[in-house]
Design a protein around this ligand. Structure first.
Ligand SMILES: C[S@@+](CC[C@H](N)C(=O)[O-])C[C@H]1O[C@@H](n2cnc3c(N)ncnc32)[C@H](O)[C@@H]1O
Length: 393
């Protein structure tokens, strides 16, 4: 894969569909989108949750008309990555390790076979499950660093002479930590959230480490630390908090029951938002925290009254009016829910924009860089690894 070319294509594609991902679709209410998107959403209105599952998981929607079909085809090509998911023999789960974590660790261990770094620094390594596997299976010495004292103490309970645990803040303790990176080391970050991935990249860059393997997650925590490469800075794409959140949640396999649950939540949330706009109850979009699942089982009027109370909005509507409003708006609400389904499809492209930019930043520093999928999507959707090595001079 030509990382730069792919990045440029993704940037152009995201620019073209900026309207869809920039903000939550319901925030646009009552303004309707351009004709093309209106048509796409209206077309979706007639189909089942099975077809939406196929759309969200595989970007397949056979019934789509030409412009939606070409949107899906282009997107599918853009998010396709080299697949390095290893075939693993079944092995036993360790106590306290989820199947997801077990899978990730086994994949990383398999990937590192034959790469033999002298030592690995497991940045934000939590309780050291990965470090433990690398010391036992790959015979790599590990230094596991995490700011969480409890996780570090938990890790220390597993007695292994090859792992050292250290409670450290990888942002604040840079000076001390950089001096602990030996020549030939591997800088490792398995789901180093938000900006922490950028920190891991900097440790690699500024030390005598020779390898980097990083998996990002929680992009909504990157604040303004993206558009790192010169290539992106030439024509930077600003990403809103909503867009970063979309990237964080992307690529998760859904089943019809997940979409049914999501639809139920959105029917209530969207109707409430429309009500506040139609009756000028709030000057702008109100961010409602997640309601308790049982609140979506109540009538709309009961749900609305609970939410209004939470955010301190006063009104004089009776229950009958609220329930009738909900019924009358159901078609329109459905339209916005379908648009939001289309918006969800762009999450993986946004994630790739952030990750490829990090990869290009490393290429610009003259490192060898690969970007690929290392975990099975159904177990771990944040499965994109950046592997970089320093060229020997
Ligand atoms: C998503 S978890 C990943 C943990 C581990 N790498 C894994 O895959 O199981 C992120 C970890 O980052 C740690 N963390 C957050 N901020 C940190 C910081 N500034 N310095 C060091 N660790 C930090 C948290 O305590 C947490 O264990």
């Amino acid at each position: 894969m030509d990382i730069k070319q792919r990045f440029i294509h993704i940037r152009d594609f995201l620019k073209k569909y900026h309207y869809l991902w920039e903000m939550e679709i319901i925030e646009r209410y009552p303004t309707l989108p351009q004709e093309e998107y209106t048509q796409w959403a209206q077309d979706l209105a007639h189909y089942s949750f099975d077809s939406f599952t196929e759309l969200e998981n595989k970007l397949n929607f056979l019934q789509a008309e030409a412009s939606f079909q070409s949107f899906l085809k282009e997107l599918k090509d853009l998010i396709q990555l080299p697949n390095k998911v290893p075939s693993l023999e079944e092995s036993q789960l360790k106590p306290g390790v989820t199947l997801k974590k077990h899978h990730e660790i086994e994949c990383v261990s398999s990937f590192l076979q034959n790469k033999s770094p002298g030592r690995a620094l497991d940045f934000a390594g939590g309780a050291g499950h990965l470090s433990h596997c690398l010391t036992t299976k790959n015979k790599i010495q590990c230094l596991c660093l995490d700011s969480d004292r409890t996780l570090i103490s938990k890790g220390r309970q597993v007695n292994s002479p090859l792992i050292e645990f250290r409670q450290a803040d990888i942002i604040k303790d840079r000076k001390t930590l950089i001096s602990m990176i030996h020549p030939g080391s591997l800088c490792l970050g398995l789901h180093s959230c938000g900006n922490l991935s950028n920190q891991v990249i900097r440790y690699f860059e500024e030390s005598s480490a020779t390898m980097l393997l990083n998996f990002g997650c929680c992009y909504h925590k990157v604040s303004d630390e993206y558009n790192l490469s010169q290539l992106s800075q030439g024509d930077p794409l600003p990403l809103s908090q909503h867009a970063l959140m979309l990237a964080t949640r992307s690529h998760t396999i859904v089943e019809p029951k997940d979409l049914i649950r999501r639809e139920k939540v959105k029917r209530y949330r969207y109707s409430l938002h429309m009500l506040t706009q139609d009756h000028q109850l709030a000057p702008h979009f109100i961010t409602l925290g997640n309601a308790h699942p049982t609140e979506y089982e109540l009538s709309f009027a009961e749900y609305a009254n609970i939410q209004f109370q939470k955010v301190g909005i006063e009104h004089t509507f009776c229950e009958e009016f609220l329930n009738q409003y909900f019924e009358e708006k159901s078609h329109e609400v459905c339209f916005y829910i379908r648009l939001s389904l289309i918006r969800n499809l762009l999450g993986r492209a946004l994630e790739l924009y952030i990750i490829l930019d990090r990869a290009i930043y490393l290429q610009e520093k003259k490192y060898n860089v690969e970007v690929f999928e290392l975990f099975k999507r159904e177990l771990s959707p944040r499965n994109i690894g950046i592997f970089a090595t320093k060229l020997s001079s």
